[in-house]
Design a protein around this ligand. Structure first.
Ligand SMILES: Nc1nc2c(ncn2[C@@H]2O[C@H](COP(=O)(O)OP(=O)(O)OP(=O)(O)O)[C@@H](O)[C@H]2O)c(=O)[nH]1
Ligand SMILES: [Mg+2]
Length: 346
């Protein structure tokens, strides 16, 4: 496997029990991911040791409304990559149906080709509500898989809510999956998919109504063209508000619209090609560097915020905290004044 040769042989700072993940041991990898996902005691040591080995994978976000066929598409795409000799990790975030019990098991032919293949690793995450946030732990899990040498990482998320947008910002290429029917064209506009989509896929192209959906999306793309794409980042460490320069071939990316039948694999090779084209464009245009800057700033800010918060709360005098909470409840003090009183000691 090409990924195996890419893997670092050892990482001195990685706790010994996780070392085998660097040489393809799946149990060690699964354990490391569990630690990271649960923010367990070994998580920081693992991420510290592995971060320098990450940064080689191409990370692909696959998002869209429930039931549009994302898992089926991810499975087909993984198979496509395997045929091309690339290793693949799949992360399904908050799957509404268990990934391995749903589409994957339902499709026995594909399943046979993926299961038992050391070049494929599948992981489901049900993390919503965890401390540290969905996007944080997903990003950390992706870092572990990246360091473990997987060349393509597919992250499936449901919907296009704020949490998904956060995850998508950590991806290199974002694929938004639509399907015919359900008035999804209106839904798509509402959710502002143009902001996050690099590629738009109309899956279930074998179903009636597909042309109507394609037309609606084409119209939306036409309307959306011309405006510069901006990477938004509202943190304090990095103010990235740099619209891509003049609309030349090299500096802009036109969102591609594709049709697929994930169930049969139709159109999946073309999707794979478009993802590679986007990857090439990212590198050539300098956009990759820009996106990675945003990602680095986000990582750092999240860690800082959590750590500062922890330190601050640990140092606050417990009694005055309790008293102030009570005072705020009784409305004898407003929460702003209370917070300032507590912070006055620092
Ligand atoms: N007709 C048709 N059905 C499809 C196609 N792709 C997927 N399906 C079916 O659509 C249903 C949902 O597929 P999934 O892949 O689980 O969809 P999903 O978007 O991952 O669903 P959630 O993760 O629950 O949001 C399954 O019954 C699939 O077999 C397709 O191209 N054509
Ligand atoms: Mg799914």
């Amino acid at each position: 496997l090409s990924a195996l040769s890419q893997r670092p042989a050892a990482s001195p700072d990685l706790p010994p029990r996780y070392q085998p993940l660097l040489t393809g041991n799946r149990l060690a990898l699964a354990r490391a991911i569990s630690q990271v996902e649960d923010a367990a005691p070994d998580a920081v040591a693992i991420l510290r040791a592995l971060y320098p080995h990450s940064g080689r994978a191409h990370i692909i976000g696959i998002t869209g409304a429930p039931g549009t066929g994302k898992s089926t598409l991810v499975t087909a795409l993984a198979q496509h990559y395997r045929q091309a000799g690339l290793t693949v990790a799949i992360v399904a975030v908050d799957p509404t149906s268990p990934f391995t019990g749903g589409a994957l098991l339902g499709d026995r032919v594909r399943m046979r080709t993926l299961s038992g293949d050391p070049g494929v690793f599948v992981r489901s995450m049900a993390t919503r509500g965890n401390l540290g946030g969905l996007s944080q732990s997903t990003g950390d899990v992706v870092t572990v898989l990246d360091a473990a040498g997987f060349e393509r990482i597919l992250v499936e998320t449901v919907g296009v809510g704020q949490a998904e947008v956060e995850i998508v910002r950590t991806a290199h290429t974002t694929v938004v999956v639509e399907a015919p029917g359900l008035g999804d064209e209106v839904q798509a506009i509402k959710a502002g998919i143009l902001e996050i989509a690099d590629l738009l896929v109309v899956n279930k192209a074998d179903l009636p109504g597909v042309e109507r959906t394609v037309k609606a999306l084409e119209m939306m793309l036409e309307l959306g063209r011309g405006g510069p794409r901006t990477i938004r980042h509202h943190g304090v460490l990095l103010q990235v508000d740099a619209p891509l320069a003049q609309p030349t071939v090299a500096t802009t990316w036109s969102i591609a619209l594709l049709k697929t039948v994930a169930a049969t694999g139709e159109g999946v090779a073309e999707l794979g090609q478009q993802i590679e084209a986007h990857r090439t464009w990212l590198q050539a245009s300098g956009e990759l560097t820009q996106r990675e800057q945003v990602r680095a700033a986000q990582l750092l800010e999240n860690i800082l915020r959590a750590e500062l918060n922890r330190r601050l709360l640990a140092q606050l005098p417990a009694t005055s905290m309790v008293e102030l909470v009570e005072a705020v409840r009784q409305r004898t003090v407003d929460p702003y004044t209370a917070a300032h009183q507590l912070l006055a000691a620092f």
